[in-house]
Design a protein around this ligand. Sequence first.
Ligand SMILES: Cc1cc2nc3c(=O)[nH]c(=O)nc-3n(C[C@H](O)[C@H](O)[C@H](O)COP(=O)(O)O)c2cc1C
Length: 373
Amino acid sequence: MSSRPVRTLLRAASHRALLKEKFPWTLSPLVVGAPMRVFSGPELAISIYRAGGLGFIGPGIKAANIIIDLEEVQSQLLKENSPNSKSAELLPVGVGFQVWNGDLEKAVIAVSKYRPCAVWLFAPRSGQSDLVSWIIRLREASFNTSIWVQVGTLKEALDVASNTVAPPDVLVIQGAEAGGHGRASDGIGLITLLPEISDALESIEINNAAKSIPLIGAGGIADGRGAVAALGLGASGVALGTRFLASTEARINESYQTEIIRATDGASTTGRTQLYNHLRGTFGWPEEFSPRGLLNQSWTDYKAGVPFDELKKLHDEAVKEGGNSAWGPNGRTATYASASVGLIREVQDAEIIVRKLREDIISITKSLEMSIN
Ligand SMILES: Cc1cc2nc3c(=O)[nH]c(=O)nc-3n(C[C@H](O)[C@H](O)[C@H](O)COP(=O)(O)O)c2cc1C
């Protein structure tokens, strides 16, 4: 009988075949562009699709923006006469929704009209009931659309995977390194989180269908090295967020993007705090979640005891001014980013990022095979 780690990898390999069947234009291993709120738009998702990956569009500032974005994808692909753009088929891009504050009715309209190939759900309020309603309604809206749920703890993964009423098709396992929102206080690195979840799903305690749920690794993956590590942990594919903030197609302010390229030492220069949500006027995130970003002057002042009202005033002035007043070490606004910032050194086209990632995965795997005996 093979060891648990070997069984994990065999299962991940069979799940890769499932993903390839479900998303036939993709190359294996699947490279995914995460649905970053506002930053991941149609242009980014289409470029990732063209490179044989799966790009997700993130939630917009308004719930209705997803309809505008999907319309844009559809018309762009029709213009190019893409084989996947015919109305009877699924759109070869995904869409992401935040469950805690998402508008389910608008999501249902968008998904039933445009039929994206996948929907990515994240951050329900505690308990499963919100998430279950979303999964049931979205499946009714487009039966062949694959339902992905992003989780950050073993408990979350088991709760979601063992739900027989509304099982997910794919689980995205988000390690604590991830940029943007993730688990606030019970997050843990991908290197332990992913294999533990994989083992637990294989266990007989869980329903049989859970064994066939592919796992996608996310959090801190910025190049081929991180991707190979995630595949070695039992992921069937990898999802990247922050790396695509440094793509030409990201919907991002230039000064923010410059900061992603400049910053290093994510261990000491990034952190999770609700401060930046609050400075931007966003309240109400479930307490289990908190965003990782670059820590700047607002954080330094907050730690030094400057009252929130004063921080908010300075923040709003800096945002109005833009550039280095808003982003950068002396900046004051949210610069959500991964612990992987030190690995991201240049802005590139998303197609190049995806193709290079895959080339590096292949080279690294070959080199490991040759050097370990
Ligand atoms: C700027 C930014 C915004 C994000 N917004 C969302 C979001 O709206 N919904 C979501 O499910 N995940 C969001 N994420 C998290 C990603 O889904 C993913 O877990 C993360 O980017 C992976 O880690 P990485 O940034 O190290 O690649 C965001 C991440 C970043 C960096």
